[in-house]
Ligand binder design. Sequence first.
Ligand code: CP
Length: 309
Amino acid sequence: MGLRNKDLLGLKQLTAEEIMEILDTAKTMKMVLTSGNKKTSHLQGKSVITLFYENSTRTRLSFELASKYMGSASANISATGSSVAKGESLLDTARTIDMMATDIIIMRHSHSGAPHFIAPHLNASVVNAGDGMNEHPTQALLDMFTIYEKLGSLEGKKIAICGDIYHSRVVRSNAIGMKKLGADVSIYGPKTMMPVGIENLGCRVADNVADCVKDCDAVMGLRVQLERQHKSLFPSVAEYSKFYAITPEMLELAKPGALLMHPGPCNHGVELPTAVYDCDQSVINEQVTNGVAVRMAVLYLLMARRNQI
Ligand code: CP
């Protein structure tokens, strides 16, 4: 069946069938990734460029490794050290990369909608690696893949997401994608970090952490994004961790053995104590591995789409 569009801009644009195709392809890619020989030839003779206007460890490195494991030429451009620092516009930068016969551009940008803006101007496929506070589709895909792999399905599963909802592109992509796969998503965070109308994504806004995590199959903490806050949205870290953190006591309210997740990077002692981050139920490290498998799947399916065109 494959993907319908040349770009992967958000989970808003994907059908449930397309999401499942990515997750099933990621299963195969994880077998390759965890085998003795990670090399495939799916992207041989192709080029993948990561264009990052914001910092990243997991997303950028996993895309770079994924493309290299699959045999493509790959390179990275970041805002510092490129002609972006001389004032070159986003569109000129993207067109310049496109004109080097690039097949796929992976872009992270601080402005919501930046990848949607450049995609129609380019021959290359554009993958959104996080745009402002809008979406982070491949993070949500790896989160969903982790639940799919561990629990067999997302249909009917109860998922809790707690933390800085306002600034989180991860929560938006997850709420959209998980609903498409039939999960029930509850969210909770400080009122000052809860965007108006978030329930329109199809998730329930809980009354407190206990209400959010009760009887859930998976519990996800979100990072407090201090770099996006222009004024303090909570009184102190001590109060935040008292009222909004996923503590061992809160995790006990979820189903026995519920998955403990976090997209990373984590502020230890703020959204999660280290004891929870490292607990037996934590799949945070597996999420990182799954990020490579899911990004291999995304690159594979986008290249298959390009080959059709
Ligand atoms: N989860 C995530 O996007 O992490 P990075 O910012 O390290 O890519």
